[in-house]
Design a protein around this ligand. Structure first.
Ligand SMILES: Cc1cc2nc3c(=O)[nH]c(=O)nc-3n(C[C@H](O)[C@H](O)[C@H](O)COP(=O)(O)O)c2cc1C
Length: 374
């Protein structure tokens, strides 16, 4: 199989990528106390700097935005300093790195809030299942508190501050997490948004919060360093929408007007991420449905093999391809794809939390070759 098409350079706004193999956001739950990235995370991301673009794990914009144990943040000076080591490590190897910024919304637990207050959401509807508390114990999700309309400017301000902090930490840009069932997605989809104010009801209203975040961050750090991730048809966090195609067509059409660095679309076959190694759940093709509505570059993600990635770029359905689990297991993934080398296998048991094992100890080709010749 020729993979040449993946090795053509690509401009994503202000970012010049030498090739089209992207590392998407991958939560690894290895931040230290206070949500501070540790030196081992600089090593982990540095190992993967040969990606066309490194996108970090989802990172909380505020105390209220946290929702997983050992999740990093970007709202304190210590966190900014921790991230600086990460961006330095990637840049030292000639790479590019953007920070994925998130507010978990209802997909959180009161134990993350120092005052024990409930998670917040568009509407007081609990997600299904159990939350992981900061100590990794599981408790049922609580019914969140619906945000008041006059609280929403502060949410937008937290996103804006997070993006500015990201630039201070040396990131080349930010990816706004509008996907996978977190706060902005909760606002977009009417299964979780039953508001009656200017942020609920019509799709124009439900898209308002996301677009205010996008416009605010674009004016602060530049649209060409601002990107958005969406997951139409995704059902993570118990989300659903009454008319996914029309509603997301509107959202993507609005984003298209804004000259963003890129739009990142997740295919619904990845709805099971974190739950199963199953690439066969394929009920809709978001790239086919929505790519033509977005004027700028599109990254596609979700269950891609190398061949599927080649086909997606060759057919014009996307400009770049993100490989998630393959990048966890293969720090030198672009080189392996280029040379057709065997791939290491992803170990789900070490994905979330833990130490260096399954984080920084996946073998790279040169180490293997040296070991073999020793
Ligand atoms: C361990 C793990 C953690 C993930 N964390 C995030 C995350 O923080 N933010 C996000 O947008 N997607 C996250 N995802 C989804 C991936 O970015 C990607 O879309 C998904 O893994 C599908 O791609 P793949 O089939 O190539 O692995 C995660 C996936 C995995 C497996």
């Amino acid at each position: 199989m020729s993979t040449d098409i993946l090795f053509a350079p690509l401009q994503l706004g202000a970012l010049a990528l030498p090739h089209r193999i992207v590392m998407p956001a991958l939560t690894r739950m290895r931040a230290g106390p206070g949500g501070v990235p540790q030196p081992i995370s600089a090593e982990y991301y540095g190992q993967r700097a040969s990606a066309g673009l490194v996108i970090t794990e989802a990172t909380a914009i505020s105390v209220q935005g946290h929702g997983y144990p050992q999740m990093p943040g970007i709202h304190t000076a210590e966190q900014i300093a921790g991230w600086r080591a990460v961006t330095d490590a990637v840049h030292a190897q000639g790479g590019r790195v953007v920070l994925q910024i998130v507010h978990h919304g209802r997909w959180s637990h009161s134990s993350y809030n120092p005052d024990g207050s409930l998670p917040v959401a568009p509407s007081a509807i609990a997600p299904p299942g159990n939350a992981y508390t900061p100590s990794f114990t599981q408790l049922p999700y609580e019914v969140p508190r619906a945000l008041e309309t006059d609280e929403l400017p502060a949410i937008v301000a937290s996103f804006r501050q997070a993006a500015q902090n990201a630039r201070e930490a040396g990131f080349d840009g930010v990816e706004i997490h509008g996907a996978n069932g977190f706060l902005l997605d909760q606002f977009l989809q009417d299964g979780s948004n039953q508001r009656t104010d200017a942020y609920g009801g019509t799709i124009e209203n439900r898209a308002r919060l996301l677009l205010e975040v996008v416009d605010g961050i674009s004016s602060d750090i530049g649209a060409d360093r601002t990107a958005v991730r969406l997951s139409p048809h995704g059902n993570l966090g118990g989300l659903s929408d009454s008319d996914t195609v029309s509603h997301f067509s509107y959202v993507i059409g609005e984003l298209s007007k804004r000259n963003l660095a890129y739009l990142h679309l997740i295919e619904p076959r990845a709805s099971s991420i974190g739950l199963a190694d199953d690439a066969s759940i394929d009920s809709a093709n978001n790239a086919a449905l929505f790519r033509h509505l977005f004027a700028g570059p599109v990254i596609t993600a979700g269950g891609y093999t190398t061949q599927m990635g080649v086909d997606a770029v060759a057919s014009g359905l996307a400009d770049a391809v993100a490989f998630g689990r393959m990048f966890i297991a293969n720090p030198d993934l672009p080189e392996r794809i280029r040379t057709g080398a065997l791939l290491n296998t992803f170990d789900r048991s070490t994905a979330y939390g833990g130490d260096a094992h399954g984080y920084t100890d996946y073998p790279i080709l040169s180490v293997k070759a040296e070991a073999a010749s020793a």
